[in-house]
Write a protein that binds this ligand. Structure first.
Ligand code: XCC
Length: 651
């Protein structure tokens, strides 16, 4: 990994890193400097699975390994470097899948409570999506009420988590050829929890010691995330909270207000955030805030919970993953309310330098030193009000050491699959036809999903923005989620005017349809929207009969979480070429890395690649897109011919 020169390309972030240093607050950027990453762990060559270890089996540096040396490169139990790297990789996928899927499970529980009328304040909002889901899951519609249908859907989907045999039901949404590939390769997941448990069992000391079968279980487990847990989360959230449609908002620390009670909601699940979005507009709450000397209440988001409430309500975003502590450093934050995932324990320590209250809300994600106010959908309004009151009560404690960076950028979000379908085709002929046509005629070269985290080991936001700019310059339409979407939104790439950064063909399409060249599709679980969009492109015709035939590619240039690996693997397993930056977690084993980077293409039509330099990563993606265009016979962009009457008569 190359040494980074600057900590961030975002001015607001740089300003707050400096303020943190002045205030004596230790934030992630500083911790990353003092804590060097373990090089053996980073390459996947450390096994800590039993108490005979941890065993370290690093690649010898600077010289070719002899077969004899390689034979000796094992753990105490004899596990080879291949087994160790593959086991570590599979465990990360299992953890990522577990995180997304436990989110999906929680949503399913809330969905059922809502349908049964036991979650006051929540409702079934998107009837059309509910009915579509009923059709997909063979749930009877008849003349039953929405709630009756929803109860059946909730019960069917609950069973998907604990199912022992057969296949996950939502696999049927994939192109037929893709489903056949999964069956042939033996990776169609049986039940969501089953695949995670089996991954943990196989990686226990002394079980699966064949790197190829470990990697196969990695593919199967990740598919249980993408076409299972995550997809269930996205679908049910849309039905409950509404399917996103284009919405204008703003992003970066500049969305915090000097004279209002600032509350940030941070994490991944939308339930509480949805309720806070309502409650912070309650006149009674606003009056209460005024009684404490504030002008009002300002709710903003962070990480993927932010993406959820941005997509559906236009709630502004204060920043992405590496900015979470910096929001506290402004000195203007009354409360940071967290649910699950990507929440740094460092928040509590940083908050001690200021007045901010860190409020945990989920029994699965507690932090010592934080205030715990547990959320329960059955009493959502009251709990949300309690949290807001706690933040308001903290407003008078705000000190004088307040500095809110000025930076905030406009963005348009809300590009769900349904919205793209509608925008491209209109209400009566909603379809991906115009997208496919423009890919075939070469105005759009291909489509890329650029997603994933920030990572304090590389310059914050730089790889996301550089990679996406390179892609759109080359007429590649970019679909985004997670912290990557936020990075590009901060850089001004998520407004229609950003078409100026795009190549002529893509710019023309963006201007005609009125969309930005990089489309915000939501949170990390919403990467499943990209799977559905890719499937819609296949079904619309003209671009082959499987996702692996499409001129598409994926990337997570600043990944850090295990969830990102699960996402990457389910894209690869769905037929997508996927490039990761930062570092590669199996580099300690050439055999394992070769399977992931080469053999997987034969098996799944998609494969991994590692390239930390973002322009080079973009080049790899474009090369892949061009390879697919060639295979489809659309590699020579066709000029559009306007037919005059004489030409038409000849047809
Ligand atoms: Fe961001 Fe989703 Fe990554 Fe966390 S994991 S850092 S994208 S908030 Ni999804």
């Amino acid at each position: 990994m190359a040494e980074k020169e600057i900590k961030s390309i975002d001015q607001a972030t740089i300003e707050m890193i400096e303020k943190a240093a002045q205030d004596g607050a230790k934030v992630v950027f500083e911790r990353a400097e003092t804590m060097r990453p373990c090089p053996i762990g980073a390459e996947g060559s450390c096994c800590s699975l039993c108490a005979m270890g941890p065993c370290r089996v690093p690649l010898p540096k600077g010289k070719e390994e002899t077969p004899e040396e390689k034979r000796k490169r094992t753990g105490v139990c004899g596990a080879t470097a291949e087994t160790i790297a593959a086991r570590n990789f599979l465990r990360k996928i299992a953890a990522g899948t577990a995180a997304h899927s436990d989110h999906g499970r929680k949503v399913t529980e809330a969905f059922l409570l809502t349908a049964k009328g036991e979650a006051p304040g929540f409702a079934i909002k998107d009837e059309q999506k509910l009915l579509q889901l009923a059709l997909d899951l063979d749930v009877t519609i008849g003349d039953r009420s929405n709630n009756e249908i929803a109860i059946d859907i909730g019960e069917v989907l609950t069973k998907e988590f604990g199912k022992q045999e057969g296949e996950l039901l939502l696999l049927k949404r994939a192109p037929l050829k893709r489903q056949e590939i999964w069956r042939q390769q033996g990776v169609a997941p049986r039940g969501i929890d089953r695949e995670v448990v089996e991954a943990m069992h196989r990686t226990h000391m002394g079980v699966d010691q064949n790197y190829q079968s470990l990697l196969l279980q990695g593919a199967r487990t990740s598919l249980a995330d993408g076409w299972g847990g995550s997809m269930i989360a996205t679908e049910l959230q849309d039905v409950m909270f509404g399917t996103p449609s284009p919405v204008h908002s703003q992003i970066n620390l500049g969305v915090l207000e000097e004279d209002e009670v600032n509350i940030i909601i941070h994490g991944h699940e939308p339930h509480l955030a949805e309720m806070l979005a309502v409650v912070t507009h309650d006149p009674e709450m606003i009056e209460y805030a005024k009684s404490k000397g504030a002008k009002g209440i300002n709710l903003a988001g962070m990480c993927c919970t932010a993406n959820e409430v941005l997509m559906r309500h236009g709630v502004p975003i204060a920043g992405n993953f590496l900015q979470q502590e910096l929001a506290i450093v402004t000195g203007a934050l009354e409360a940071i309310v967290v649910d699950v995932q990507c929440i740094m324990q460092g928040l509590v320590d940083v908050a001690q330098c200021y007045h901010t209250k860190v409020i945990t809300t989920d029994p699965r994600a507690q932090i010592r030193g934080a205030t715990h106010i547990e959320f329960d959908e059955r009493n959502a309004v009251e709990i949300a009000k309690n949290i807001v009151r706690t933040a308001i009560d903290n407003f008078p404690n705000r000190g004088k050491n307040v500095r809110i960076p000025k930076q905030k950028s406009d963005l348009i979000a809300g590009f769900s699959h349904e919205t793209i379908n509608y925008l491209l085709g209109g209400l009566f002929r909603a379809s991906y036809r115009p997208l496919n046509d423009n890919i075939i005629n070469g105005r759009i070269r291909g489509v890329a999903g650029v997603v994933g985290c920030n990572n304090a080991r590389v310059t914050h936001d730089d790889a996301h923005v550089t990679l996406v700019k390179e892609l759109i310059k080359n007429d590649v339409l970019v679909l985004q989620t997670g912290c990557s979407a936020m990075a590009c939104a901060k850089a001004g790439l998520m407004v229609p005017e950003a078409a100026k950064y795009a190549g002529a063909g893509l710019a023309e399409v963006c201007e005609t349809v009125g969309i930005p060249p990089a489309l915000h599709m939501g949170a990390c679980v919403d990467n499943t929207r990209i799977l559905i969009a890719a499937t819609a492109m296949v079904k619309d015709g003209g671009l082959g009969d499987d996702i692996s035939d499409l001129p598409v590619a994926g990337a997570a240039p600043e990944w850090m979480s295990e969830k990102a690996l699960a996402i990457g693997q389910y894209f690869v397993g769905s037929g997508v070429f996927t490039v990761f930056g930062v570092n590669w977690p199996t580099i300690g084993s050439k055999e394992v890395t070769d399977v992931l980077f080469k053999d997987f293409e034969e098996k799944y039509g998609g494969m991994w690649a590692f390239e930390p330099e973002p322009v080079k990563a973009a080049r790899l993606m474009i090369e892949h897109i061009d390879k697919k265009r060639k295979a489809l016979g659309i590699d020579k962009a066709r000029e559009r011919i306007l037919y005059d009457m004489a030409m038409r008569r000849e047809l």
